[in-house]
Design a binder for this molecule. Sequence first.
Ligand SMILES: Cc1ncc(COP(=O)(O)O)c(C=O)c1O
Length: 386
Amino acid sequence: MKKPLRFNTNTIHGGQEPDKAYGAVMPPIYQTSTFAQSTPGGHKGFEYSRSGNPTRHALEKGLASIENGSYGLAFASGLAAMDAVVKLLSPGDEIISTNDLYGGSYRLFRKVFEPFGLRFHFVDMKDPARIEAAISDKTKLIWVETPTNPMMNVIDIRAVAKLARKNNILLAVDNTFATPYIQQPLDLGADIVMHSATKYLGGHSDVVAGALVVRDSELADRLYFIQNASGAVCGPMDSYLVLRGIKTLHVRMQRHCENGAAIALYLRSHPAMEKVYWPGFEDHPNHKVAKEQMTDFGGMISFVPKGANYADAVKIVESLKVFTLAESLGGVESLAGHPASMTHASIPKEEREKSGVTDALVRLSVGIEDARDLIEDLEQALSSLG
Ligand SMILES: Cc1ncc(COP(=O)(O)O)c(C=O)c1O
């Protein structure tokens, strides 16, 4: 049996082999919709690029490898990957989801799938007992996002997996924020791992893509069927970009985590700060779980300045110069956002405020620049509050 490789080697070599045609070390971008056949069905493994494409295939094998899974699937976006998971279900089925999750995920569940007869329960998952209370005989999927976007809540994947298994429910984990460098949900008992590969996996803010990874072959077959039948596949160029990003995931994540810690500590010691959300703090509500299931705490941080309102939060994000005010996260460059008006605007105000996404909340995606420049930038932006 082949000796398993470690994570920092799998990011580069996992599932990869030199290209069959000329031995290219990086997979060529097979920018083709179709493949010549010698006789009907006589092809070399690929027939039409929605069903399969060699560049996407190389990415899918890489994805499976870094998440310790057996099967990877690459999609046109993170939401397309989620869409495929929900299509495993039937009208009348119920889904229990994290209450504090990416606004676009919430919109997909409520606005696209609810009208088709699926029922979603949004639950504060910090305490798994609340999930148990929401389970019925119709529950078919538990959707976990951890750490959550943007409140950095941490959910105990192992505990939720135990509940899911006991009740014969599928467990899917959105691993976008942590990445497999920090957390490997399949090892903790999840059935499906999902990524917005647009973020840390791609890592350079130059591609929109999504991913699923599973271990079970029957589940993989059902998802491959949906991927092909619905058609939201990752294109060859985008597959190449994500694969290239994954090769440096471990070194980028190491720096994201170092810078994240430096900035979280700086913000927390700032006299103008009311609250800083980062799972690395010892008094974070689920710090113990974070320490158990994560190897580090990542580069995502949210904060609320003392006595701040909507206009103050907007003023801060507008004043930043090294941080770019933009949607998204997980790229080499630092980004700042105002969830209430940007990433989470699709969640009704009362709903988002219940989970802490207030008008004054600012979210940072800490990049891999020199942390001193980032801290100086925050210092000048916070001083704009007067
Ligand atoms: C945690 C999380 N999940 C899913 C998504 C959706 O991914 P995409 O934008 O690639 O469709 C995002 C996007 O911001 C996200 O932050």
